[in-house]
Every structure is written in structure tokens, then in C-alpha cells.
Write a protein that binds this ligand. Structure first.
Ligand code: MN
Length: 316
């Protein structure tokens, strides 16, 4: 599908929606899903969110009253912001092959749904929601506007990342106009830091590894350290960008233990392409922000990333 109009026609022709978000859902995934769910309900459709076990507490105000039991029987399954079926929640594997529509903005999107609406120019999946609401005939309420604002502001690092376009600002303006709670979410997401989070950042500063004349920075968060510092997933949100925010760093990598190995979150500045580098490791994402999960330990993941970086001309 190429346009919001086509997607709206599909959504108006079907019913009983189950909206699925990806593993470790970020603000864009939660915000897009919540906005879409509310828009569908407002035009008389039955719609609910898949109860992703990794929804972060900080985003719960957005999904209040929207989560169902996750039963897919008789449902029209939609995903938002999900680039590959490898990113389905751990408890949603039974949905593989059952997705009717994928709405996404990842250039690396690997088709898995019967139909897809992929807009790689969009800074966030949520950026597509105002036009979709309009095509659906769904009013752009303050609740929907708040969800969309969280989606676009988080995926753009509060409108600082290079994916932010004139359209992103227009969508943000539209959200503000519609009564989105921008002040509350800006404070919670971008201004406040908990004491635990500051301790964590102190640890990262003390242990950061620099290579290639300081243009590459590796930071690692072993599972035991997270436990020791007592930081919650909420407090870890958005930590992946930390190494690249250091002056001189063009390639920043954050390593974490996950269930099936070690997760690499990569952030780059041009000419380096995070998505292409992560593709070497079976992952993907955007040119400036991408990820991959590799088997083994964080040490194994560091070695694997070094090899991938060498293939992309980095002297490391
Ligand atoms: Mn996104």
C-alpha cells in the first residue's frame, strides 16, 4: 500500500483489530499503537493492543484501557513500527504468518505481512497517524495527539536527530494544537533523570572504551551491573544513544545481555550507516540508529561488531 487512503479503506473494510508492537517497545511503537487503536475505536471498530509484556511503566498512561488478552482468533492482526518478524514479542510467536497489515517506517523493513504500508521518510511510525486519522474520518483528539507526540518526539530524540523533517515539526504542531500533553511528556521523557539513571551514566562514563582516535565508542551494560545499580527498564530507556552523544564519536555502540545472546544498539553519523553495519550481523534499522542481536556474550558481540565495522572501512 502506498497511501493513507488505501490503508484507511482496508481498515474500514475489516474489523476486530489486534495491534501488535515490537519487542522492547519504544515510545514510537506504543504511541503509534495507542493512536491507531483509539482512531479505530472512534470510527466504530473493535480494536485492542496486544498485551506486550515489555510495555514500560512510563508509557502506561497511553495504553490505559486499550490492552486485550492477546487472543488472535478471528482478529485482524496489524503491526506498527516493526521492521521484521524477528522483533515480535517473545509471547507473540504464534502470530507469525498471521499479520494482515504492517505499518512501518523502517527502510530495512523485511516484508512479513499480507499487506504493508512502509514510509521510510517518516521520522516515526507515529508521524503517519494524523494522515491516517484523516483518511479514516477519525477525529484527532487530545488523547490521540498525545500518543502521536510521544511517538514522534521519542524517535527523534525530542526533534534533535537528523531524521527530523519539516513534516515532523508540522505533525508536532498539529499535536500541540489538538491539545497533546507536550509539557508533561517533555519533562518525563527528556528533562528528568532519576538518581539511579545518573549512577548508571557515571558507570558508563567510567567504563567507556574508545577506538579509532575517539571516533568509535563502546559502552556495555552487563546484566549484573543493571541489577547492582537497581535501574529499571524505564530508567534504561533511550540509553542506547549515550556513547554517540560524546563529542568526536561518530559510531557509538551499546551492548546489553538479552535472553538469546547480546544486543548491540548502534548509533552513527554519516557517512557511517548503522543499518548496513547491523545487517552484517543479521540486524537492521535506520541509517543513524540500528540494532542486532548476536549469540554469545557481550565480549563476543564486541568482536562481531569490530569485524562488521572493518568491512565498512573503520580502522579498528
Ligand atoms: Mn519507530
Amino acid at each position: 500500500m502506498q497511501t493513507a487512503r488505501e490503508v484507511a479503506a482496508f481498515l474500514l473494510a475489516n474489523d476486530d483489530y489486534l495491534i501488535v508492537t515490537h519487542r522492547r517497545p519504544d515510545g514510537d511503537a506504543v504511541g503509534s499503537a495507542a493512536a491507531l487503536c483509539r482512531a479505530l475505536r472512534s470510527v466504530g471498530k473493535r480494536a485492542e493492543l496486544f498485551p506486550n509484556p515489555q510495555f514500560l511503566p512510563r508509557f502506561l498512561p497511553l495504553t490505559d484501557g486499550l490492552c486485550g488478552a492477546g487472543d488472535a482468533r478471528g482478529k485482524t492482526v496489524i503491526t506498527v513500527d516493526t521492521a521484521t518478524e524477528k522483533l515480535f514479542p517473545y509471547n507473540a510467536q504464534y502470530l507469525l504468518g498471521k499479520v494482515q497489515l504492517a505499518i512501518d517506517h523502517h527502510g530495512s523493513h523485511t516484508p512479513y505481512a499480507a499487506q504493508s504500508w512502509i514510509v521510510p521518510d517518516a521520522a516515526a511510525c507515529g508521524e503517519l497517524m494524523p494522515e491516517l486519522c484523516e483518511a479514516l474520518g477519525a477525529p484527532f483528539t487530545d488523547e490521540i495527539a498525545t500518543a502521536v507526540y510521544v511517538a514522534v518526539s521519542t524517535d527523534t530524540g525530542c526533534f534533535r536527530y537528523t531524521n527530523t523533517t519539516a513534516k515532523t515539526f508540522r505533525v508536532a504542531a498539529q499535536c500541540r494544537e489538538a491539545g497533546a500533553a507536550c509539557d508533561y511528556w517533555n519533562r518525563v521523557l527528556f528533562l528528568e533523570k532519576s538518581r539511579n539513571r545518573l549512577d548508571l551514566e557515571a558507570y558508563l562514563i567510567a567504563t567507556a572504551e574508545f577506538y579509532a582516535d575517539g571516533s568509535v565508542c563502546f559502552c556495555a551494560l552487563p546484566r549484573e551491573k543493571i541489577k547492582e545499580l537497581g535501574v529499571s527498564e524505564d530508567e534504561l530507556d533511550d540509553i542506547s544513544g549515550f556513547p554517540r552523544d560524546i563529542a568526536g564519536v561518530q559510531i557509538g555502540a551499546m551492548f546489553r545481555d538479552v535472553n538469546d545472546g547480546a544486543k548491540i544498539s548502534l548509533r552513527t553519523y554519516a557517512p557511517y550507516d548503522a543499518s548496513a553495519i547491523c545487517a552484517e550481523l543479521g540486524g537492521g534499522g535506520h541509517p543513524a540508529a540500528a540494532g542486532a542481536t548476536v549469540p554469545g556474550t557481550i565480549t563476543d558481540a564486541k568482536k562481531a561488531l569490530c569485524e562488521a565495522l572493518r568491512k565498512h572501512g573503520v580502522q579498528i
